[in-house]
Unconditional design. Structure first.
Length: 136
């Protein structure tokens, strides 16, 4: 594999990871839980809210990109749901700190970057074939 294709492949893997994070956040958008205490712990036996994830992307020396998955801070926001079995005395629960519009933007970014990197790999493949077909 050429270095051009290796760089494009790293971009495709980053886009895939971004898509996975977005899918996880959207799928768990309504997974609420008990509000944590002041020390950050959830009372025993109570459901904990989903912790949203984010993808951090960095350049790699020599070309390409690397990703790491981290958590969104703050991970929850208080939300009124007095009917919930784990609501506090004020009727509040912890809801995941997920911004659906930002998740959709992340989805579009993942789609376009994946497609762009596929095109780079196709161009690299065509260039290699042309080079091999050249007559001396």
């Amino acid at each position: 594999m050429s270095s051009i294709s290796a760089i494009a492949l790293s971009g495709m893997m980053a886009a895939t990871r971004r898509l996975e994070a977005t899918a996880s956040n959207v799928a768990n958008l309504r997974t609420t839980g008990a509000l944590p205490a002041a020390d950050g712990t959830v009372p025993a036996g109570m459901q904990q809210a989903y912790t949203p994830v984010r993808v951090d992307q960095t350049d790699v020396s020599g070309g390409g990109t690397a990703t790491s998955v981290g958590t969104v801070t703050p991970s929850y926001t208080p939300m009124a749901d007095p009917q919930s079995p784990f609501a506090n005395a004020d009727g509040l629960v912890a809801a995941p700190n997920v911004d659906l519009s930002q998740e959709m933007v992340g989805l579009m970014i993942a789609r376009y970057t994946f497609t762009a990197n596929v095109r780079v790999m196709e161009a690299d493949d065509r260039m290699a074939k042309t080079l091999l077909d050249a007559k001396i």
